[in-house]
Design a protein around this ligand. Sequence first.
Ligand SMILES: Cc1ncc(COP(=O)(O)O)c(C=O)c1O
Length: 483
Amino acid sequence: MNAPLQPTSLQDVLALAAHHAVTSRSEGGDLHPAAGVEQLRALFDIPLDTTPRDAVAVLAELVEAAKPGLSATTAPGFLSWVIGGSHPAGVAADWLTSAWGQNAAIYQCAPSAAVAEEVASKWLLELLTLPSDCSVGFTTGATMAAFTCLSTARLAIFDRLGIRIEGCGLAGAPPMEIFIGEDAHVTNFAALRYLGFGSDHIRRIACNDAGTFELPALASAMEDSTAAAKIVIGQAGQMISGAFDDLTALSRLCREHRAWLHVDGAFGMWVRASERLRYLAQGAELADSWSVDGHKWLQLPYDCGFAITRHAQYHRRAMTMDASYLTRDERDGRHPSDYVPELSRRARGFPAWVMMQVLGRDGVGQMVERHCAAASALAARIAGIDGVELCHEATINQLALRFTGLDDAQGDALTRTMTDRLNATGRHFLKTALWRGRTIMRVSIMGHETDAEAVVGLARDIEALCREHAAAANAPLPATIET
Ligand SMILES: Cc1ncc(COP(=O)(O)O)c(C=O)c1O
């Protein structure tokens, strides 16, 4: 039989975890994993023992197996996708969350976790300058936040049309049309799919160069629509360009057509924590719901997202589970699972509460400003380098670069090669993507340790590569790309 952990081994196993965590964070580690998949499989795929093993020994083996496959996402040179810096204070709070073993499902199961979420929700709405009576669900990320908000939207819109979706389901409801930009984040399309909205009812609207709605195209599609039920999904922070929809105009259109406005603000909504940058997401406060990530600009460790709605009653109605064994009492505080799709769940309110205190009301905005200033500085340096171009204006922290070739195909190949070479320096972690059919190198400045200093090194390396390439070609590269 499994013997319970003795206090000494409890001490040993947690101390070992703390030791390795401190070592890995202070040494920084490699940006690029050293091992390939076969090597990692060989390291992890050890025989499963039939008898219990010493936890300290197993944990030490985990460290050895995992180390070669870790990438230092929290280091300043990690500039790929849109990944926050997993702040040590958030990590520490997350450890306590695990150690306390709280199941933040219902109040009676985890009163402190429930109240921490309640207070963290209040602070979150203050930081994002959203109405204080909005409801907040703590999800795994923006994907599930969008799922939660859109599920609330589905219920509310049909309810207002006199259709009780809980009874008839989608099969018994009239068609709902969803209006979404072609360049919206793929997770919104996934959330719609999970909710039973097929592509026949999703109107993909043309976007401008920055990847946000062409407003006339959206307006005319909404005008043409005969559906009584409509949702518009706008963007606060397009994933490639960082650009913002005109959210005031979107909200006006939605009012005219009695449509629900959801804003995907996974990272961009955080500009509202900065007095200087808030104007970019102006009008967001007029929306019906928002999806925001905590593991992006709030620097929380994975995972944490926020599903925020202006319609608390519908939010709860869409998500609440009820059963006699899920004990509720009128003296209880808020039940965290009333706002999310899961019952048993991590107490995400603890690390969120800690990070908002640690960064402070002004600190969040200042960090966002610092990252955006670093992106602008990098954009300015890029503008002065022959052989590389910026594919859009630097709105916030996101940049897309392209190395210029004689034609599109050569530019694509060069961009991939240059990205590989920058990665090979070990100083940067960068990835490519396709933008308007051409290969780009994405730069996302988001980790709390990343600042202007860190990106100057990238600019220097890009400049050196371009110079080297031009010399090898024995001719300067064209300064701009033909369009
Ligand atoms: C704009 C945007 N929306 C949604 C998401 C999905 O967020 P998550 O991966 O936290 O579910 C991301 C992720 O980077 C994003 O950038």
